[in-house]
Structure formats: structure tokens, C-alpha cells
Ligand binder design. Structure first.
Ligand code: G6P
Length: 369
């Protein structure tokens, strides 16, 4: 097992550090930035189904559901296709309205999650076209879907999903860009800019990982917290949900993810000097609005940990701590802002002596209902 961990103390840390390579493996052969081409057989072969779709329904569970939420923003923003994101377990039991004109995208690392598999079967029985985004080759979901795309993240052993999440977002971004090009919803220059920026993401993830020691120091200060609040807006709202999930899963600290602007409709009542608030405040995502959210937290003496763009000034003045990530396009930012949140939960769990790779009560793949 020590050999499999490749010198890292835990699989989770190894997998966090594998992300630059995993993302590259995901887009290798698919993203030809210089040529301005995205090549994905599963999309090309079924282009008509995608272009004729009234909407896309995404079904998934857990972290994969969070990747689906990020995809909702990307698909709607770039390809102008309406998207609904559903928990597979809710979708399958609610007598959903599904037609032959729907495209369902199921997202699953393992390809074995029982609820996701059942949701796929239901959608197929109603005539929808089902496209799978899976990591495990030959898994049940990969076999059950009409077509699909693998994430090629390599085996993920840690129960808390890390590289599966960022590679799912990578594949979904490629699909959205390909459809946007086919539909003509993006200008050619904007499309090309996205391709080039996506190509640069692995090195920017590597750059974001360099904050590890700094994040470890911050973790030490907050490891004994009883609650934490994660806030983000737009593309980074699902990242806030995912950050909170990571902390809950492996450190057993209660955490909630919330859209930053919704804070005033509830969570703000919880804020006092004992409440650490992790807030994603990157430059290109409603920045001014998030800064005013930060001011509200500060006025109530909450401890502020800001995830900011390199060189940020305004948040640094207000926050107790900032963690920098490189600059990128707004719709690619989740691939970077997720990294510090993964490291924060990892270090806190290690400091608390928890079983990071196999947290209590959780399974890597939930094959029962
Ligand atoms: C379990 C795992 C999570 C995962 C979820 C969905 O809860 O612990 O890490 O996100 O299942 O799994 P899937 O394999 O379908 O992505």
C-alpha cells in the first residue's frame, strides 16, 4: 500500500496532487487548442441529439452532483442550453417529466452508484438519450448509457472525491464548448480563448497547490471549530458546496455551503467570532458583491478565509487570511478554487487524527439504495 501511495501519507493527498496530470489526461487527444478543435467521439456521433434537445437533465449523487451544478452554469452560459441538475435519488422516485427530446447526462466516478444507475434506466425507458460521464472504464453506468465520455482520472482510492471532481468538470467543459461551437453561441475568438485557457489549467492547478504549507498553517488555527460556513457565487457556488462536503466527510466538522447572497436569508444569524467563513472571492465572479458580503461577515466578527485571485488587494484588507489561486476565465475558475478547499479539509482531518482515506460511515461507491 505504501508503494501505491507513491510516497504520500494518504491516497487523498496523492490524488489532490495528481490533479494537474489527471486534467491533462482528461483533455489529451480531445482538446486541440491551436487548431481550435474539440474531438469527442461520443458527442460527434450524437450531435443531432444534443442540438435538438429541449434541455439537458444532469443526474448524479454526492461530489458528482456538485460537478453537475458547475456544468449547469457552463452549459447555459456558453451553449445556451437549459439545464436541470437532479439528485439521482430524488429524480427516480418523483415521476419526472421526461421526453424523447431530453438529453440526460449522468455523472459518476465509480459508474456503480445504485441511484444514478436506476435514474438512467428510468430516463431510457421514457425514450431520453442518456450520456454517461464516468471514470471507471467498463463500469455498469458506462455500459448502461447510450454514449459517453470517460474522465481518465486514473483510480481514485480516497473515499472523499478530489481528482474525479476536477476531471468531471473538465470533460463537461469540453462538451459545453463543443456544443457552443456547433450552435454558434460563442464567437470564434471567445471559443479559442477558452480552449487556450483550458489547456493552461493543469499548470495553474500546480501553482495553486503551492499554497499547501500556508493552508496547513491556516488549518491549524481552525481545526477545533465546531462549524464552518462556505460561501461562493455563480460558478463558485457549487465549489462552496463541495468544499463544505469535503470538510464534513473527513473531519466530521459540521459545514454548510451557501450562495454568498443567500447568507442574509439565514446563515448570517450564525455568524459570530467563533464562525470561520470560507468565501470564494475571485476577481471575475461578482467580485464587488462578494466583497460587500465579506464586509457583512466582518461586521459580525466572523473569521474570514478568502480564496482570491493572485495579487488581490481588497479582500486581503478585510479578511483574516487569504489563499491565492492563479487568474483564469470565470467559467474555468472552479478548477482552481476547489484546490485550496480540498487541502484545507485534508489538513484539518489529519490534524484531528481522522481516518482520511476511509472516513466512518462512508463508502467509496454506494451500490445500495
Ligand atoms: C459516495 C462517495 C462520494 C461520491 C458519491 C457518488 O458518496 O463517497 O465521494 O461523490 O458516492 O459517487 P459516484 O461514483 O457516482 O461519483
Amino acid at each position: 500500500e505504501q508503494i501505491e501511495k507513491g510516497g504520500y501519507p494518504h491516497f487523498m493527498l496523492k490524488e489532490i496532487y495528481e490533479q494537474p496530470l489527471a486534467i491533462k489526461d482528461t483533455y489529451r487527444g480531445r482538446l486541440l487548442a491551436d487548431e481550435g478543435i474539440i474531438k469527442m467521439a461520443g458527442i460527434e456521433d450524437n450531435m443531432k441529439r444534443f442540438l435538438n434537445a429541449d434541455r439537458i437533465i444532469i443526474v448524479a449523487c454526492g461530489t458528482s452532483w456538485h460537478a453537475g451544478l458547475v456544468a449547469e452554469y457552463i452549459f447555459e452560459d456558453l451553449a445556451r442550453i437549459p439545464v436541470e441538475v437532479e439528485y439521482a435519488s430524488e429524480f427516480r422516485y418523483r415521476n419526472p417529466v421526461i421526453t424523447e427530446k431530453d438529453v440526460v447526462i449522468s455523472i459518476s466516478q465509480s459508474g456503480e452508484t445504485a441511484d444514478t444507475l436506476a435514474a438512467i434506466k428510468l430516463a431510457k425507458s421514457k425514450g431520453a438519450f442518456v450520456f454517461g460521464v464516468c471514470n471507471v472504464v467498463g463500469s455498469s453506468i458506462a455500459r448502461e448509457t447510450d454514449a459517453g465520455a470517460y474522465t481518465h482520472a486514473g483510480p481514485e482510492i480516497g473515499v472523499a472525491s478530489t481528482k474525479a471532481f476536477t476531471t468531471q468538470i473538465t470533460v463537461l467543459t469540453l462538451i459545453a464548448l463543443r456544443l457552443a461551437r456547433a450552435k454558434g453561441t460563442m464567437s470564434s475568438s471567445d471559443y479559442r480563448r477558452h480552449l487556450h485557457e483550458l489547456e493552461l489549467i493543469p499548470e495553474k492547478v500546480a501553482e495553486a497547490l503551492k499554497a499547501d504549507k500556508h493552508i496547513q498553517a491556516i488549518s491549524k488555527l481552525y481545526k477545533d471549530s465546531r462549524n464552518m460556513l462556505y460561501l461562493g457565487r455563480g460558478y463558485n457556488f457549487p465549489v462552496a458546496l463541495e468544499g463544505a462536503l469535503k470538510l464534513k466527510e473527513i473531519s466530521y466538522i459540521h459545514a454548510e455551503g451557501y450562495p454568498a447572497a443567500e447568507m442574509k436569508h439565514g446563515p448570517i444569524a450564525l455568524i459570530d467570532e467563533n464562525m470561520p467563513v470560507i468565501i470564494i472571492a475571485t476577481k471575475k465572479g461578482h467580485y464587488e458583491k462578494v466583497v460587500s458580503n465579506i464586509q457583512e461577515i466582518k461586521a459580525r466578527k466572523g473569521k474570514i478565509i478568502g480564496i482570491v485571485t493572485e495579487g488581490d488587494v481588497s479582500v486581503r484588507e478585510l479578511a483574516d487570511h487569504v489563499i491565492e489561486v492563479p487568474e483564469t476565465l470565470e467559467n474555468l475558475s472552479p478548477l482552481l478554487t476547489t484546490i485550496p478547499l480540498q487541502l484545507l479539509s485534508y489538513h484539518i482531518a489529519v490534524m484531528l487524527g481522522k481516518n482520511v482515506d476511509q472516513p466512518r460511515n462512508l463508502a467509496k461507491s454506494v451500490t445500495v439504495e
